[in-house]
Design a protein around this ligand. Structure first.
Ligand code: ZN
Length: 333
């Protein structure tokens, strides 16, 4: 009996434990599930928030893009409008009956503009002149001038000999101006009287004519019209030249190559290329004479510098060249 009762107790106890376990599990499992679900919900909530933010961002950028496209569209519309307006204006102008009037107004304006342009581009005329030749350097000077295709003016004295004659012939043949500078270049002789001057003039004029066939009408006084070698009125000599249909030229720019024994190349270049802005017609004095080697050396540099100047034109003196005279025969000119 006792054994049976023990067995029962054990069974009851086992049942109790089973019930308790079942109850415990029935309570624990839903709790654990609840906690798990809560964690999941929390995670999902965060994801939802992130997604919401992303959606907001996307929406915002979409709005901006839309705004931009709207802005672009507006601009395009404006441009199109402008094009349409311009085309309309052009069409109106083209078809407008007053078009010939507009042309008539525009044409004189264009001419005025051209005239103004010409006025601002004033050409400075530069004349290179060489006194006292022919000399041992004449051929060298002619070579340099030929190389640069520049024409100059030679005021020569009476010199005999084949070399001197050949130099005169080449001066004429190569298109330079062959001017007279007296036959003797002796101040005391030529400025003694107008008669003496006239005799000397005839001699040099005839000499050039017989050697080259060229009838020279251009003269430069030895020492210039402002020379201090005579107390006579230089206008008397000038009047004689005029009676022979000859014009005389002095200079307004000097290379200074006749001052002193030796003039450095750099000084000659500087003297020949400065002060040009003071004159519209620049007559540059140089010498073609024994001992003037630096003049020949300086010549290519001088020419290059002059040609580099945009407004400068290098020309030979002619009878039509504006007179550059220290003592003017006709001061009113
Ligand atoms: Zn001279």
């Amino acid at each position: 009996m006792e054994q049976q009762s023990d067995y029962r107790r054990v069974r009851v106890n086992r049942l109790k434990r089973l019930i308790l376990l079942t109850i415990s599990l029935a309570w624990l499992i839903p709790c654990a599930l609840c906690i798990g679900l809560m964690v999941q919900v929390k995670g999902l909530h965060t994801q939802v928030q992130q997604l919401a933010e992303t959606v907001q961002k996307v929406q915002m950028s979409e709005t901006q893009t839309e705004e931009r496209s709207i802005d672009l569209q507006t601009r395009l519309d404006t441009i199109e409008e402008n094009i349409t307006q311009t085309t309309q204006v052009d069409m109106e102008e083209t078809t407008a009956p007053k078009q010939p009037e507009m042309l008539e107004v525009e044409l004189p304006e264009t001419e005025d503009e051209n005239a103004e342009e010409k006025e601002t581009q004033t050409t400075r005329r530069v004349y290179l002149t060489f006194d006292d030749g022919p000399s041992i350097y004449t051929q060298d000077i002619l070579d340099v001038l030929k190389e640069y295709d520049v024409k100059a003016t030679f005021f020569v004295n009476g010199k005999s000999g084949d070399q001197a004659d050949a130099a005169l012939v080449r001066i004429v043949e190569e298109g330079h101006t062959l001017g007279m500078h007296s036959y003797s270049h002796r101040y005391e002789q030529i400025y003694q009287s107008v008669e003496d001057f006239a005799a000397d003039y005839e001699k040099i004029h005839q000499h050039i004519l017989s050697v080259t066939g060229y009838d020279s009408k251009i003269y430069r006084f030895p020492g210039g019209s402002s020379n201090t070698k005579t107390d006579k009125d230089m206008k008397e000599y000038g009047a004689y030249l005029e009676s022979r249909g000859t014009v005389y030229f002095d200079w307004n720019i000097s290379s200074q190559d006749a001052t002193g024994e030796y003039m450095p190349v750099s000084s000659i270049v500087k003297n020949c290329t400065t002060g040009l802005e003071k004159h519209e017609d620049c007559v540059i004095l140089c010498h073609d004479a024994q001992g003037k080697a630096t003049t020949v050396e300086a010549l290519p540099i001088v020419i290059e510098k002059l040609l580099e100047m945009e407004d400068v034109e290098l020309l030979p003196i002619t009878e039509d060249t504006p007179l550059i005279q220290h003592v003017k025969l006709h001061p009113e000119e």
